[in-house]
Design a protein around this ligand. Structure first.
Ligand code: UDP
Ligand code: MG
Length: 313
């Protein structure tokens, strides 16, 4: 199978039929063999009934329904395990992403050698204040912290080589950072394509401003995890030692002053307290490093290398 289109959805019954017909038309016109993988993220409208109905018709549909709402990342992750195509495209169910983009997204992976192509909604049709501006800031931070030059990490429309989605695992709200996880897993050709974006036609958005706050916190965790999760001591140990020795140095200085130069009023000196704090803080960081190291040693995926090729005798 050429292509799996993974679509997480939560209460989107109004758009599913239109979306399915449109995708079916575009991909069959381009002679791409496909499946649509719907993940019903615990909808409480008629989404699942419509999916059942569609799957009994001419469309190639695989689908999963969660018992409750788990969030978009869980939906995508479950879709990735189900997907059988050589190329996996993710898109939103609300018709904001256009199925007309599929052939080109597919081609970039299949024939142009890209591992990941991220959609870029250059012209957006979302409210300026609640979405566009925060989104710009957010993307800027993500670019700086990850070193990946993408304009639109949030875009739901992305295209992957199958091995990419099979070698990463997303949870929480981490769906925005798949390109970062992919880069960390050794996939180098990460590109971008400007895509058409449309106003939401049916239903309502499932996210508000909170996404940017949470998104930013997630960005910090992702950056930390990709750099230090397997060697926490390199992070905590370095900071801890620095802080410890600064504090230690200061206290040695005060001790010498007191013993040899009769300095009596050292508690009047702000530096004294700084040294004390610095010493304590350093010790704490260092111990945190030890504990994290033990946690990461005992984690089941402490060896998370991915084999690209293999010769067997
Ligand atoms: N979605 C989901 N689970 C959730 C929230 C959203 O599967 O808990 C789906 C939603 O149905 C849609 C996609 O994720 O297909 C993007 O959500 P939405 O359109 O609300 O986000 P926006 O376009 O406003 O960023
Ligand atoms: Mg949307």
């Amino acid at each position: 199978m050429d292509l799996s289109i993974v679509i997480p959805l939560y209460n989107e019954d109004e758009s599913l039929r239109e979306l399915t017909e449109w995708i079916h038309k575009v991909v069959t016109d381009n002679n791409i063999s496909y499946e649509i993988v719907f993940i019903d993220d615990g909808s409480n409208d008629n989404s699942w009934q419509i999916i059942e109905q569609l799957s009994s018709e001419k469309y190639n549909i695989s689908a999963v329904k969660f018992r409750r709402n788990y969030g978009k990342a869980a939906g995508l992750q479950s879709g990735f395990t189900v997907a059988k195509g050589d190329v996996v495209i993710t898109m939103d169910a609300d018709l904001q992403d256009s199925p007309d983009e599929i052939p080109e997204l597919f081609d970039l992976i299949k024939n142009k050698g890209f591992d990941v192509i991220s959609g870029w909604k250059k012209k957006r049709y979302d409210p300026i204040l609640s979405k566009n501006l925060p989104s710009k800031l957010f993307n800027f931070a993500a670019r700086v912290m990850s070193g990946i030059k993408l304009h639109d990490f949030n875009c739901g429309l992305k295209s992957y080589r199958s091995s990419v989605v099979k070698s990463i695992e997303i949870y929480g709200d981490m769906h925005r950072y798949i390109p970062i996880l992919a880069k960390n897993a050794g996939f180098k050709k990460i590109g971008e394509k400007i895509v058409i974006h449309q106003k939401r036609k049916y239903g309502i958005t499932k996210y508000g401003m909170s996404r940017f706050v949470n998104g930013f916190l997630d960005l910090i965790s992702v950056t930390f995890m990709t750099k230090f999760a397997k060697k926490p001591m390199h992070f905590f140990g370095l900071l801890g030692s620095l802080s410890f020795f600064v504090g230690f140095g200061i206290l040695v200085y005060f001790s010498i002053s007191k013993i040899f130069f009769q300095l009596y009023n050292m508690t009047d000196r702000p530096l004294f307290y700084f040294g004390l704090l610095s010493l304590l803080f350093g010790t704490q960081l260092f111990l945190t490093g030890f504990v994290s190291e033990i946690v990461s040693r005992s984690s089941s995926d402490r060896n998370d290398y991915i084999i690209e090729k293999e010769i067997k005798f």
